[in-house]
Write a protein that binds this ligand. Structure first.
Ligand code: GH3
Ligand code: MG
Ligand code: MG
Ligand code: MG
Length: 311
């Protein structure tokens, strides 16, 4: 049996000493105290794996001690009561009051060792259960992240964007706040792919995504991959004046990346076109409506020569 840290509580000196010695001989580490209050005080310092707790003590009954410890330390600890009484009602009550087992004094050596073993087994299983549930929680977190994240760019994906947009439309509609939606499309990206290859195309999308992340990751800002080489930015409580500045900044930021695009028909580096709408939602808009509207605005930016935004 593995050594346990055992907190032994008994008001009778001789009984306490005898039992402590016996436990030590079984290889355990023992802290022996004479009263309920001492047990409560010692508990956090000693950090036991198990408590052996005398039921009848003058200052505080063992069941009271158990109750206090259970309330103060919600992490379960096995408690075995000790008592000179072996009446069934006494045993039942003690277990009702928070005990996990009951030993009748004078404690039989073999029964003591067996009950300690049983408690250790339960503690071990509980530990394993805790580890498993922690792992499960981590896996869940990872999964929910993957569900909402675009694999290539690590931006929010379309699924998350749809959900957030729907929420924001309702919220801004209720509160009469302006919001801004920007659709961003890489210019002549098909030609980029054709010339530099799909892998380089992926790297280009990642660089554009990094720039979006850099520009839009404060509270109230969301940058997402809408699909292919198209991205959407949502700005909460953002009016047109600020939105224009944001579009300008993004345009400059992408140009500063200076990603060569020798086949572009409008530049020699990678650029983006942006369609932007800033408005106070009525609460009746749907996500689909808004994608359609902002896409039409984006189309104008394309028509007007690309590497620009239209509001
Ligand atoms: P425009 O300036 O009018 O936007 O022209 P464009 O060539 O960018 O537009 P088009 O829609 O014709 O082409 C988009 C290209 O984006 C085609 C598609 O193969 C490419 N694409 C979409 N998703 C990905 C991706 O994940 N990786 C790469 N490398 N290419 C992608
Ligand atoms: Mg006693
Ligand atoms: Mg496109
Ligand atoms: Mg494009």
């Amino acid at each position: 049996m593995e050594a346990m840290r055992i907190l032994l509580v008994d008001d009778v000196h001789l009984e306490r000493m005898q039992l402590a010695m016996r436990l030590q001989r079984l290889g355990h580490i023992v802290e022996a105290v004479a009263s309920g209050q001492e047990a409560i005080d010692k508990y956090p310092l000693f950090d036991p794996d198990l408590i052996l707790l005398d039921v009848s003590m003058p200052d505080m009954s063992g069941t009271e001690v158990a109750e206090k410890i259970r309330i103060k330390h919600p992490d379960w600890i096995p408690i075995i009561f000790l008592s000179g009484h072996d009446e069934p009602e006494m045993i039942a009550t003690a277990i009702d009051m928070g005990g996990d087992d009951y030993l009748v004094k004078p404690v039989n050596k073999i029964v003591l060792a067996a009950k300690l073993k049983a408690m250790q087994r339960i503690a071990h299983m509980r530990h394993q259960l805790k580890e498993t549930s922690e792992k499960l929680e981590q896996a869940n977190e990872l999964l929910s992240q993957q569900v909402n994240e675009d694999g290539l760019t690590q931006l929010a994906n379309r699924r998350y964007l749809d959900q957030k947009l729907t929420e924001l439309l309702a919220w801004h509609g209720r509160n009469n706040f302006p919001m801004t939606m920007i659709m961003i499309d890489v210019d002549h990206f098909k030609l980029f792919n054709d010339h530099y290859g799909h892998l380089e195309g992926d790297r280009c999308l990642q660089a554009v995504a990094d720039e979006l992340r850099k520009n839009f990751s404060r509270a109230g800002e969301l940058a997402a991959r809408y699909g292919g080489e198209e991205f959407v930015v949502l700005l909460s409580n953002c009016d047109k004046t600020r939105a224009v500045r944001e579009c300008e900044r993004l345009k400059d930021g992408i140009q500063r990346l200076e990603i060569p695009h020798s086949k572009s028909l409008t530049s020699d580096i990678v650029t983006v076109s942006q369609g932007m709408v800033s408005w106070v939602p009525t609460g009746l808009e749907t996500a689909e409506n808004m994608y359609e509207i902002v896409d039409k605005v984006l189309y104008k930016a394309k028509e007007q020569g690309r590497n620009r935004f239209v509001a």
